[in-house]
Ligand binder design. Structure first.
Ligand SMILES: NC(=O)c1ccc[n+]([C@@H]2O[C@H](COP(=O)([O-])OP(=O)(O)OC[C@H]3O[C@@H](n4cnc5c(N)ncnc54)[C@H](OP(=O)(O)O)[C@@H]3O)[C@@H](O)[C@H]2O)c1
Length: 104
């Protein structure tokens, strides 16, 4: 489970719509690292029946953010369920949120 704050593309965007969340010098890079690990596993396991993807739940009201998130836990869980139930020929080495692909 990653986060769009780990997206270097979004963090480095200059347009307001490309920015994501406050500056977080530990949390955001930890998700960038996780994204990089996701790609390495996806490469290692390409050609097998194991799919490796990263998912972002969106801004969910949980302990993590003092329940300030705007999505419910059920909405946040949807991406995990979607990725856990991909068809055998589904994508691998990608980063998704409900709305579609998140840029690395
Ligand atoms: N909430 C958001 O807006 C948001 C946005 C993007 C991504 N995410 C990601 O979604 C995931 C879940 O976040 P959340 O918002 O549900 O966070 P949370 O409310 O803080 O819950 C984190 C969960 O992880 C468990 N946990 C923490 N350290 C653990 C460890 N060392 N071993 C086993 N379990 C551990 C906690 O267990 P205990 O309760 O027992 O401590 C808790 O159940 C995280 O990876 C987060 O980065 C969240």
């Amino acid at each position: 489970m990653s986060s769009s704050v780990g997206s270097l593309t979004r963090q480095s965007g200059t347009a307001a719509e490309q920015m994501t969340g406050p500056v977080a010098v530990a949390y955001a890079p930890s998700k960038t690292f996780l994204n990089a690990v996701t790609l390495q596993y996806a490469r290692e396991l390409s050609g097998t029946n194991i799919l490796i993807n990263a998912g972002c739940p969106g801004y969910v009201a949980t302990d993590l953010n003092g329940f300030r998130g705007v999505r419910t836990p059920e909405q946040g869980a949807a991406i995990a369920i979607k990725l856990a139930t991909l068809p055998d020929d589904g994508p691998t080495g990608r980063f998704f949120q409900d709305a579609g692909v998140v840029p690395w």
